[in-house]
Design a protein around this ligand. Structure first.
Ligand code: GRF
Length: 215
């Protein structure tokens, strides 16, 4: 990833979701306080009928849905979702439980922050919690990163560990991770928009801090 600098004053967020949207809710709640520095201006999804969209509607935030099934090709969907995002002029796009890899039309137009329920580079992909449990790790966690065109391969911005407890199952461990993940995502996005950030190679710096530190 090339060197880039972003200092965002407006903090317009477009959040993308595919499911329950508790990370979205955490961002909506945080942005109720103007001192947070960012606000959710639209919520996009790749499917109808999900709680994430209902959360947006209850908050009075505009929504859009672009379902891959409705387009002749994945490339057409990539263009369509990028155009839907662009219509809301975001400073940051947040992929918060969005179960699609975004294509070049979005990634080349906007910085995209992604969140993952494991300590990358361990256990990327759709089953990070299940895979960590199956491997037998005693510590896992969550990662906030910049999205690139790979599966959870972008530069890491922040991480936090979560201990695996005896008897944990996937659902229980995921809920404990998500409690930490929501706070980490809200903190990280807020700092990015308030303090600005740079990326050089795989190193992301927020303000004067080095990505990966949570101070
Ligand atoms: C999060 O753990 C996210 O990292 C993963 O799916 C979960 C989404 O949760 N990809 P929610 O929809 O924000 O509640």
């Amino acid at each position: 990833m090339s060197i880039g600098v972003c200092v965002s004053k407006a903090g317009r967020l477009v959040v993308l979701v595919s499911g329950s949207g508790t990370n979205l809710q955490a961002l909506l709640d945080a942005s109720a306080d103007p001192s947070y520095g960012a606000r959710v201006v639209a919520v996009g999804a790749d499917r109808e009928g999900i709680e994430g969209l209902a959360r947006a509607s209850r908050a009075g935030v505009p929504i859009f849905v672009r379902n891959v099934r409705d387009y002749p090709s994945r490339e057409d969907w990539d263009v369509a979702i990028a155009a839907a995002i662009a219509a809301h002029q975001p400073d940051l796009v947040i992929s918060a439980g969005f179960m699609k890899i975004l294509g070049a039309p979005t990634l080349e137009s906007f910085p995209v922050v992604n969140t993952h329920p494991a300590l990358l580079p361990a256990f990327p992909g759709a089953h990070g919690v299940r895979d960590a449990l199956a491997y037998g790790v005693t510590v896992t966690g969550c990662t906030v990163m910049l999205a690139d065109d790979g599966i959870d391969t972008g530069p890491i911005i922040a991480q936090e560990p979560v201990r695996v407890l005896p008897g944990d199952d996937e659902a229980g461990l995921h809920e404990r991770i998500k409690t930490v993940e929501r706070r980490l995502l809200v903190d990280t996005v807020g700092r990015m928009v308030r303090e600005g950030w740079t990326v050089s190679g795989r190193t992301v710096r927020i303000g004067n801090h080095i990505g990966g530190e949570n101070s």
